[in-house]
Design a protein around this ligand. Structure first.
Ligand code: GLC
Ligand code: CA
Length: 556
């Protein structure tokens, strides 16, 4: 790999992959690690830097692997430890990094730890979980999986006590008040980092500790333990990254960066729904407000910016009014809703509107932070709201117009989930092979856009952001600056063309150059700068200084 820059993640683009959904190498209908290895060249070509793998550990798969029954084993459907080692080696050979999900908060009820704990009150495992004789403790704690769980407590007939769980009742929470649990998870981390993993996406981190009279979220004890993990990782495994899944309000998520001593990265959960609100309302304000609220953050830290992921589009951290608006705009059919969210993929969410898909990616790739793509969204893949839970956004990746979308040689009925055959999103046209052959396809557009972003990854990843005021409420404009490079990004959220007059007096004599085509626009003069944007259109410009003042070795 290249000389290790400990802040490598700040310039990266991430790509999220459920291994079972990506490519099936042995024809059993389930994607696997050797299959993923075969597709690394595709990911390299796409232009991403780091893969985030969903849980691949031993599991009864009642929550797609987020219910782990052995942290030290790979689920046999997905491969072996040797396959994992090979994946790391092959990825690193291509200068791709790999991080994996780390599920700290809970295990599967099939995990031997829980089986031992429930079987015997005197077992040393008993205190590894949170037990109670009543189901009324910690009453201030919300329920997350509202559609399936009525309480965070479930009666265990074997233990003859209630056990605590923030997610499904088959996912007992580990008891972080118990020191051996804290040590056990450190060992899990060591095991995988020693095998060459580049870091973790840490699942559900706000919920590790609970306390009476609180919401049992974001507690000081939780932050203290996470800082302990960071110290351990920094001292034993340099240049790795920890990414927090903390679905919280802005100030609460920001706390997970600590003083550069907790997480390197955190998903920008509050920003994500505001992007969709801004789009539906044709208003720049929701994005401006949220970006302002989520900055500044410590210099070595980064937001993970995303549009969609493997879960429902969560609406936990918006007001009731905003949630109603989102449901009305994006989830007309009741089957599109799940818990407090919308279980749809990106392209169907925006009615497959190509302009909107480009606009959203123009934002995703230029807002402060690390863009995170969800597998298949680069194809404008469809979803299937008639599959249960979140399975509809986890269907097989579409590689070609062949049987099973080229995902597997199995009989179609053997696939872990059916491929997408809705006529508007049919895999026969929406697949890697067909889209790569069609120069103006969305996939090819995104590959070009990612290449441009790569040339300016330092500006987008590390630069400052400054919003530029315009009387036009539907146009979002910001400047990104880093070490003398100036970029100007404009987004027309309106469904109609917009004309804007910009005060760029600080840049008199500069030439805006459109960054994809390298086409120069008229230089900035005395008067306000006048630009028109197509409906839902966007531009990325580089502001080139007048020839005389141009630095010799700019990042061009
Ligand atoms: C996280 C995961 C989700 C999972 C839950 C419980 O929110 O993203 O998929 O169901 O944790 O582990
Ligand atoms: Ca397989």
């Amino acid at each position: 790999m290249n000389p290790p820059d400990p802040r490598w993640y700040k310039d990266a683009v991430l790509y999220e992959i459920p291994v079972k959904s990506f490519y099936d190498s042995n024809g059993d209908g389930i994607g696997d690690l050797p299959g993923l290895v075969q597709k690394l060249d595709y990911l390299k070509d796409l232009g991403v830097d780091c893969l985030w793998l969903l849980p691949f550990y031993q599991s009864p798969l009642k929550d797609d692997g987020y219910d782990i029954s052995d942290y030290y084993r790979i689920h046999p459907d997905l491969g072996t430890l040797e396959d994992f080692d090979r994946l790391i080696e092959e990825a690193h050979r291509r200068e791709l990094r790999v991080i994996a999900d780390l599920v700290l908060n809970h295990v599967s009820d099939q995990h031997p730890w829980f089986q031992e704990a429930r079987a015997d009150p005197a077992s040393p495992r008993r205190p590894w979980f949170v037990w109670s004789d009543t189901d009324r403790k910690y009453a201030g704690t919300r329920i997350i999986f509202l559609d399936s769980e009525r309480s965070n407590w479930t009666w265990d007939p074997v233990a003859k006590q209630y056990f605590w769980h923030r997610f499904y009742s088959h996912q007992p929470d580990l008891n972080y008040d118990h020191p051996p649990v804290r040590e056990a998870m450190k060992e899990v981390i060591r095991f995988w980092l020693r095998r060459g993993l580049d870091g973790f996406r840490c699942d559900a981190v706000p919920y590790l500790f609970e306390a009476e009279g609180t919401s049992s979220e974001n507690l000081p004890a939780t932050h203290a333990y996470l800082k302990e993990l960071r110290r351990m990782v920094d001292s034993e495994f340099p240049n790795r990254v920890l990414l927090a899944e903390a679905n919280q309000w802005p100030s609460d998520v920001k706390a997970y960066f600590g003083e550069e001593d907790e997480f390197h990265m955190a998903f920008n959960f509050p920003l994500m729904p505001r992007i969709f609100i801004a789009l539906a309302k044709e208003s720049a304000l929701p994005i401006r407000e949220l970006v302002a609220q989520t900055l500044p953050i410590p210099a070595s830290c980064a937001w993970g910016v995303f549009l969609r992921n493997h879960d429902e589009l969560t609406l936990e951290m918006v007001t009731d009014e905003e949630r109603d608006f989102m449901y009305h705009e994006y989830a007309k059919h009741p089957k599109m809703r799940l818990n407090l969210g919308i279980r749809r993929r990106l392209a169907p969410l925006v009615d497959d509107d190509r302009r909107v898909m480009e606009l959203l990616h123009g934002l995703l790739l230029s807002l402060p932070g690390v863009p995170i793509l969800y597998y298949g969204d680069e194809l404008g893949m469809g979803d299937n709201i008639y599959l249960g839970d979140r399975a509809g956004v986890r269907t097989p990746m579409q590689w070609s117009p062949d049987r099973n979308a080229g995902f597997s040689r199995a009989d179609p009925e053997q696939l872990y989930a059916p491929v997408i055959i809705n006529p508007n999103f049919h895999f026969e046209s929406r697949n890697v092979e067909s889209l790569r052959r069609m120069p103006p396809s969305f996939l090819n557009w995104l590959i070009r856009q990612l290449r441009v972003r790569r040339r300016y990854s330092k500006v987008f990843g590390r630069g400052t952001i400054e919003f530029i005021d315009t009387p036009h409420p539907k146009v979002l404009i910001y400047r990104r600056s880093f070490e003398g490079t100036e970029l100007l990004c404009l987004f027309n959220l309106a469904r109609a063309p917009s004309a804007v007059e910009l005060d760029l007096s600080g840049f008199r004599g500069y030439t805006p150059v459109e960054m994809v085509s390298e086409a120069p626009f008229p230089p900035i003069g005395e008067l306000p700068y006048f630009l028109t944007l197509a409906e839902r259109g966007f531009y990325w410009f580089r502001l080139d200084p007048p020839a005389a003042s141009r630095p010799d070795d700019g990042p061009r």
